[in-house]
Write a protein that binds this ligand. Structure first.
Ligand code: NAD
Length: 360
């Protein structure tokens, strides 16, 4: 099989880490009998430098014509980069918001997985960590409080600000289905997180998620209030498989979940639409402080590429092989600087990519 991939190297460490992900994908293709045709697309500062805007219509068209998009990271140092002298709609981040909107990416997936080899970076106690944890946060990305109407007014000398939180049942249903689909590829459990004891939007959320659950009798559903979930994430993270939640709750919980794994260079993410299509990128930024120095950890991008194989291309076996290769390299003691500890073998970006590609 042959697939079309739009590649967005982006800025800072982006090109370096995407190069290593491509190396690993091509190794997986050789082993599992598929090929990937890459078309490079400029976005963020790289696009501003060439086209004067952070994302062109042509770039969007290339992404739309692809089976999936693999991205590094965009943006520069806001204090020193000329990109941040531009008006907000022309800055690097505007490109990311635009592509999410154009591609209708309403579901954000962020895994929080603890590698036993990196246990030392986890801020939780050993008895809480146990054999480690492996969860996926599925966050609604285009609705809710962040997209509702808002206003700030002054009445009788008192300033008053209002934000609105709206969800319709179709928005809830489509993300719930995505959540259950993902759970089917994992340990078949969904924890739907809401604040149904207070919010109407959460009561609708809960009702629609229950309707969707009827179509997935093989998946277990539980409901949890968001305040309890925030607590359970640090009390007993092992209990979670897929956490399904709305935009703001997901924003907060996904950061909390990723922090308990301890290492930013390891965290992948995906944003999906209603079809198999998705945009895959590391959770971290473009790290301009270490760009071009062969210091960046490419693993988050390589794991994002594995998610792309699994969720957009249905190449589950190849995805598993990439994840196993990452584990193997960590087990053999290889580390980039950000995850290095005493007694390990320190390697750069390129060598880390090669070591993983060789073990796929
Ligand atoms: P950052 O994630 O780029 O860096 C934070 C710290 O983590 C830095 O010390 C950096 O060196 C380190 N780090 C990050 N990724 C690493 C990796 N793979 N290997 C080793 N070390 C790594 O966050 P920031 O400094 O706040 O942001 C830098 C730029 O990235 C900004 O322009 C910001 O807007 C942008 N950004 C982009 C995205 C995106 O493209 N989705 C996300 C977040 C931030």
């Amino acid at each position: 099989m042959n697939y079309r991939i739009a590649l967005i190297p982006g800025d800072g460490i982006g090109p370096e880490i995407v190069r290593e992900a491509v190396k690993v994908l091509d190794a997986a293709g050789k082993k599992y009998g598929f090929t990937l045709d890459y078309t490079e697309v400029l976005m963020g500062g790289a696009s501003i430098d060439v086209h004067g805007v952070p994302l062109t219509e042509e770039a969007v068209a290339v992404a739309k014509a692809s089976d999936a998009v693999l991205m590094g990271s965009i943006g520069g140092d806001a204090a020193t980069s000329p990109w941040y002298q531009l008006e907000p709609s022309k800055r690097p981040e505007a490109g990311l918001l635009k592509i999410r909107k154009e591609l209708n990416l309403f579901a954000n997936l962020r895994p929080a997985y603890l590698y036993s080899e990196l246990k030392a970076a986890c801020p939780l106690r050993d008895d809480i960590i146990g054999d480690g944890f492996d969860m996926m946060i599925m966050r609604e990305l285009t609705g809710g409080l962040y997209f509702g109407t808002r206003s700030t007014v002054e009445q009788d000398g008192v300033r008053k600000a209002t934000d609105t939180l709206t969800y319709d049942e179709n928005e809830i249903r489509r993300i719930a289905k995505r959540g259950f689909d993902i759970a089917r590829k994992r340990r078949k459990k969904v924890t739907s997180v809401d604040k149904a004891n207070v919010l109407d939007s959460s009561r609708l959320w809960r009702a629609v998620v229950e309707e969707v659950a009827k179509e997935y009798p093989d998946v277990t559903l539980e409901h949890m209030l968001v305040d309890n979930c925030a607590m359970q994430l640090v009390r007993d993270p092992k209990q979670f498989d897929v956490i399904l939640t709305e935009n703001m709750f997901g924003d907060i919980l996904s950061d909390e979940a990723s922090m308990v794994t301890g290492s930013i260079g390891m965290l992948s993410s995906a944003s999906l639409n209603e079809t198999k299509f998705g945009l895959y990128e590391p959770s971290h930024g473009s790290a301009p402080d270490i760009a071009g120095k062969d210091l960046a950890n490419p693993i988050a991008t390589i794991l994002s590429a594995a998610m792309m194989l699994r969720f957009s291309l249905d190449l589950d076996e190849a995805a598993g092989a990439v994840e196993a290769a990452v584990k193997q390299v960590l087990k053999e003691g290889y580390r980039t600087g950000d995850i290095y500890s005493e007694g390990c073998k320190k390697v750069g970006t390129v060598q880390m990519g090669s070591l993983i590609a060789e073990r796929v």
